[in-house]
Design a protein around this ligand. Structure first.
Ligand code: DC
Length: 223
């Protein structure tokens, strides 16, 4: 099969990460989590104490941003200026700041080039919000994965088990706020590409979703 570029977009908690990793594993492709890059920017903003509305500070931060992924066994780790920040970017504060940062054109432009460079060799599954619409409009196969809000909130709550201070309804409220930010922003809002295959993962297992995707990919590859 020729190397394909596959994109998976959708709202938080739809199961994108689990499904993208499993799909990349089935195909022997690399998996790239582009949300981690926005979280990486948010991490730097916190470290350098740059406010989201400080355009100059943000421009300076982006000018010497040095984010890269490195493979460690089966894991892809995110490094910022040589420091492994993979485990630091999942806090609720970084989650909200990443969403705010991702509405900034300067942030999106700076990450656009990096993402396209990462996709230049294809054989990759890219997970994000604007993969099929903006970053890779020419992707070979595009998916848009959704799920019922309650289901997404429950999944995220379970993922955060132990570290989550609030209740499921707090998680659901945060998620709704983030959905509104991500879908309502002017630049690269979360929406399905016109040629994306829509999959609703509500009530489906990971295997169900991955099998559905593999069938679409086989068709697209003419197998
Ligand atoms: O997928 P995630 O929750 O790790 O993403 C963190 C934030 O980054 C999310 O609020 C939306 C934003 N994001 C984006 O705007 N575009 C992407 N391609 C990926 C993530």
């Amino acid at each position: 099969m020729k190397p394909l570029l596959i994109t998976i977009d959708g709202p938080a908690g739809a199961g994108k990460t689990t499904v993208s990793k499993a799909l990349a594993g089935e195909l022997g492709y690399v998996y790239i989590d582009t949300g981690a890059l926005y979280r990486g920017v948010a991490h730097e903003m916190l470290v350098r104490q740059v406010d989201k509305d400080d355009e100059k500070g943000l421009a300076a931060l982006l000018a010497d941003l040095d984010l890269r992924f490195e493979r460690r066994a089966v894991d892809l780790r995110l490094f910022s200026a040589g420091m492994d920040i993979t485990d630091r970017i999942r806090t609720p504060a970084i989650t909200m700041l990443a969403s705010a940062a991702s509405a900034k054109p300067a942030v999106r432009n700076s990450l656009l080039e990096l993402q396209r460079r990462l996709g230049s060799e294809k054989s990759a599954v890219f997970e994000g919000r604007d993969m099929g619409t903006v970053v890779f409009p020419e992707a070979d196969v595009k998916f848009f994965l959704t799920a019922d809000l309650h289901v997404r909130a429950r999944r995220r709550y379970e993922e955060l088990a132990g570290t989550c201070v609030g209740s499921i309804s707090d998680v659901e409220m945060d998620m709704q706020k983030r959905d509104a930010n991500d879908s309502g922003r002017d630049i690269a809002p979360l929406k399905p590409a016109r040629d994306a295959v829509l999959i609703d993962s509500t009530g489906k297992s990971v295997k169900d979703v991955v099998d559905e995707m593999l069938a679409v990919i086989s068709d697209a590859a003419g197998l």
